[in-house]
Write a new protein. Structure first.
Length: 142
């Protein structure tokens, strides 16, 4: 057990912090959800955050143990996966917006073509269906 290196820090507090570390590392938390966070450490130990922050030797041991624990590696892998999924979600949203813009442009073109088609049908319907024969006597001869 290391001794404290700052004034105002008792052996009783160090013992409480180390017991809390042990409870958290072994998955037997009493006062917290068991996540390996400093907030859970000081709460599990029943001390204030400021008191925990004065226990620098305990915090060094905490940081060393947490960085090497499988839970920390699992948390890091989860954080990386969450970051990857967030990037993928952002990219998917951009792609969806691009595709929606294409659909909107296509709908505009289709509406314009439908209007033009209707106008052409109206024009065709209004044309006379009567065939007027040409006078053969007035045909141009070469």
């Amino acid at each position: 057990m290391t001794t404290p290196n700052r004034p105002g820090f008792s052996l009783k507090t160090e013992k409480a912090l180390r017991e809390a570390m042990e409870q958290l590392f072994t998955g037997r938390p009493v006062r917290t959800d068991g996540k390996l966070t400093k907030q859970n450490l000081w709460r599990e130990a029943g001390v204030s955050r400021a008191t925990m922050n004065r226990a620098t030797a305990v915090l060094v041991d905490w940081d060393n143990h947490v960085s090497q624990s499988s839970a920390s590696k699992h948390d890091q892998a989860q954080a990386a996966q969450i970051a990857r999924l967030r990037r993928q979600l952002r990219d998917n949203r951009h792609e969806r917006q691009r595709l929606q813009d294409e659909v909107d442009a296509a709908a505009t073109v289709i509406a314009a073509l439908l209007a033009e088609n209707a106008a052409l049908r109206d024009q065709l319907a209004k044309r006379s269906a009567v065939v007027i024969p040409l006078d053969r006597g007035h045909a141009v001869r070469e």
